[in-house]
Design a protein. Structure first.
Ligand SMILES: [Zn+2]
Length: 88
């Protein structure tokens, strides 16, 4: 019997997806920071302050999704783990 093709499924998807979380609490400047939970981050908020931001291939996708779901909040990438998405 043929095994289920889980591995090939992930290969077909190509880019590896990474898990992101966003800090429930804002920084001093009002930004809610997005962190990469797959690579981990020294500045990751405590687990009770983490809100799931989904799986994305880049931090830009995570920031965009969180912004879409929270249009009234300021969302920014963490300087340390999402530097490409850090703007302020
Ligand atoms: Zn971070």
């Amino acid at each position: 019997m043929k095994e289920l093709g889980v591995d090939s499924f992930f290969h077909i998807k190509g880019k590896q997806m990474q898990k992101f979380i966003v800090n429930k609490n804002a920084q001093n400047n009002g930004d809610h920071e997005v962190h990469n939970a797959t690579t981990g981050c020294t500045y990751m908020p405590n687990s009770e302050n983490q809100v799931e931001a989904g799986f994305h291939s880049t931090c830009a996708g995570a920031v965009a999704e969180v912004k879409r779901n929270n249009p009234t909040h300021r969302i920014n990438g963490c300087y340390y783990c999402c530097n490409a998405c850090h703007t302020s």
